[in-house]
Design a protein around this ligand. Structure first.
Ligand code: PNS
Length: 160
């Protein structure tokens, strides 16, 4: 069985992420979306909230499941028998750091990385930018799934 992981912070999941996750689901038999638990970085959403939002967003994709992890991504892959990491590339600016991580992960545990080019309509979309725009009242409809939109507005209102 061909298995893959789509790792990230997903704070929150965007339509750009979902584009990559759904295309990974078409390429692999089973895809695990893995949310990083990073104790040194607090986000807008807790990790459990991010997992729950992702769960709702991937409900229609039968071969996709969602989990969280801490520590090294390759350790998570090894524990679960996952051989491939799938990453989206939005632009050449993503490439330097992604190549570095791909080479490190291969050296650490022989885990391959497959890069999927982000669809053009999402090439400028990043969780951080979406949060900033939404915080100042900008329109982010179409950039995040509907399931996320309401939670995003609610959380930003609480923070005001
Ligand atoms: O969405 P992000 O924040 O760009 O995702 C980055 C992520 C989670 C994929 C990356 O930071 C990661 O894999 N972290 C886990 C720790 C790790 O394995 N570090 C070594 C990478 S070579």
């Amino acid at each position: 069985m061909r298995t893959a992981v789509c790792p990230g912070s997903f704070d929150p999941v965007t339509n750009g992420h979902l584009d990559i996750i759904s295309r990974a689901a078409a390429l692999f038999d089973e895809v695990t979306v893995a949310v990083l638990r990073n104790p040194s970085k607090s986000g807008l959403f807790t990790v459990d909230e991010r997992v729950s939002l992702l769960d709702r967003c991937v409900r229609g994709l039968d071969n996709v499941n969602v989990a969280s992890f801490d520590g090294l991504l390759v350790d998570f892959c090894t524990e679960r028998g996952i051989a491939t990491i799938v990453k989206g590339l939005r632009a050449v600016t993503d490439f330097d750091s992604e190549l570095q991580m791909a080479q490190m992960n291969r050296r650490l545990a022989d885990v391959e990385t497959v890069f999927v080019p982000t669809s053009q309509e999402y090439s400028f979309v990043a969780s951080s930018l979406v949060k900033e725009v939404a915080m100042y009242g900008g329109d982010v409809v179409g950039l995040v799934p509907d399931e996320v939109l309401a939670s995003l507005r609610e959380r930003l209102a609480e923070r005001r």
